[in-house]
Ligand binder design. Structure first.
Ligand SMILES: CC(C)(COP(=O)(O)OP(=O)(O)OC[C@H]1O[C@@H](n2cnc3c(N)ncnc32)[C@H](O[C@H]2O[C@H](COP(=O)(O)OP(=O)(O)OP(=O)(O)O)[C@@H](O)[C@H]2O)[C@@H]1O)[C@@H](O)C(=O)NCCC(=O)NCCS
Ligand SMILES: Nc1ncnc2[nH]cnc12
Length: 318
């Protein structure tokens, strides 16, 4: 028997929800690459510490990934096991590498933001309101055990990535371990910093810069270790901490100060790519939280009725 009109209407509404969640992820990643200043990282102003990629590489990568995040949200909504998410993630990595001719632009985001989209989809399926607390709880209850098992196995195996090598050698909390603990830096550092700056009256741009520096000060960003050893990671964390101690984006010349730090990172070839990914995740959570508040009739971000402000639109129509 085929689907009744009622069940196909329900499926269409669910797909719209997954689409809303996933497209918000694409927008958040666009907001990250468009942000400037961002020490050592690629923006539309320059290529930071990278010789092999530009903002255009990131936009190409994002275009290739535009279907992936809605698919992860739908897979989460359907309650699929981690193996299904992993498969979608591996396909997305392959599409990213094809679009960038082998350059790793979004590996961390495919994993981290992909998992968050899946969690938000599952949260909708359970009829829960979109809050950071619910999101973390759903991630842990649905895939936490597999993520923890995966992180333990990665710690014991011969390292096969830059991140694993750095994490094992220096006993750092890798991207996989952050996920297994339901993203402590994202939810306890980055998101609160973003929200506090916005509440204090900072512009979206300044608030995102503040959140990025708060993240750099705390995250075990294995990218910085890969590029500059433990000295590189400590340099990134100390520079970020000094900026924050000098009142961050609340100081009148914050832009000059942040750009000066960018120059020192470029001189050392440092690139906090993990922090950039976590910032994008925080922008995603905050945009959905705000959208939920703006839609008081919805208990969740259901029905795909979320409107986006013009300045956050990507340059392409995904
Ligand atoms: C669990 C995985 C994320 C793999 O993690 P792992 O640590 O094993 O491997 P990496 O390949 O190093 O990728 C981790 C990326 O995560 C970002 N990151 C780093 N530290 C953290 C942290 N503490 N918390 C959160 N996120 C973190 C970072 O991504 C950004 O940097 C990328 C550029 O990296 P890289 O290629 O090293 O760049 P370069 O310095 O330019 O290298 P060279 O060219 O100079 O050599 C960029 O993409 C940003 O996103 C880390 O890179 C997961 O991916 C996984 O399990 N993979 C296995 C395959 C799989 O199952 N995939 C599907 C999963 S759903
Ligand atoms: N803007 C950016 N520049 C360099 N690496 C990154 N990884 C994620 N975002 C990045």
């Amino acid at each position: 028997m085929g689907p009744t009109p009622e069940t196909s209407a329900v499926r269409r509404a669910m797909a719209a929800d997954a689409q809303t969640l996933g497209l918000a992820a694409v927008r958040a990643l666009y907001a990250e690459v468009a942000l400037e200043p961002k020490p050592g990282l690629v923006s539309f102003r320059d290529c930071g510490s990278h010789a092999d990629m530009s903002a255009e590489t990131f936009v190409r990568s994002l275009f290739a990934l535009r279907g992936y995040f809605p698919r992860m949200a739908q897979a989460g909504r359907d309650g699929h096991p981690f193996a299904v998410l992993e498969n979608l993630g591996k396909n997305a990595e392959a599409r990213m590498l094809a679009a960038t001719r082998g350059i790793n632009t979004h590996r961390g985001a495919i994993f981290g933001l992909g998992l968050l989209c899946a969690s938000a989809g599952q949260l909708q399926a359970q009829g829960l309101v979109f809050t950071p607390q619910h999101l973390r709880a759903v991630l842990l209850s649905t895939w936490g055990e597999t993520l923890a098992h995966r992180a333990r196995a990665a710690r014991l195996a011969a390292p096969d990535s830059n991140g694993q090598q750095a994490a094992q050698r220096f006993k750092l909390r890798s991207a996989g371990e952050e996920a297994a603990q339901a993203f402590p830096v994202l939810f306890e550092v980055t998101l609160p910093a973003l929200q506090a700056a916005l509440q204090a009256g900072a512009t979206d741009r300044a608030a995102r810069v503040q959140a990025l520096f708060a993240t750099m000060a705390e995250l075990d960003d294995t990218n910085c270790v890969h590029r500059g050893g433990m000295d590189g990671l400590r340099f990134v964390q100390t520079s970020a901490r000094k900026f924050l101690d000098a009142r961050g984006v609340m100081q009148t010349d914050w832009l000059l100060h942040a750009r000066a730090i960018h120059t020192t990172f470029v001189e050392r070839r440092l690139s906090p790519g993990g922090s950039a990914d976590v910032l994008a995740s925080a922008c995603w959570v905050e945009s959905l939280r705000r959208a939920t508040l703006a839609e008081p009739s919805a208990t969740s971000i259901s029905e795909g009725r979320v409107a986006w402000s013009r300045h956050e639109m990507p340059v392409f129509a995904p």
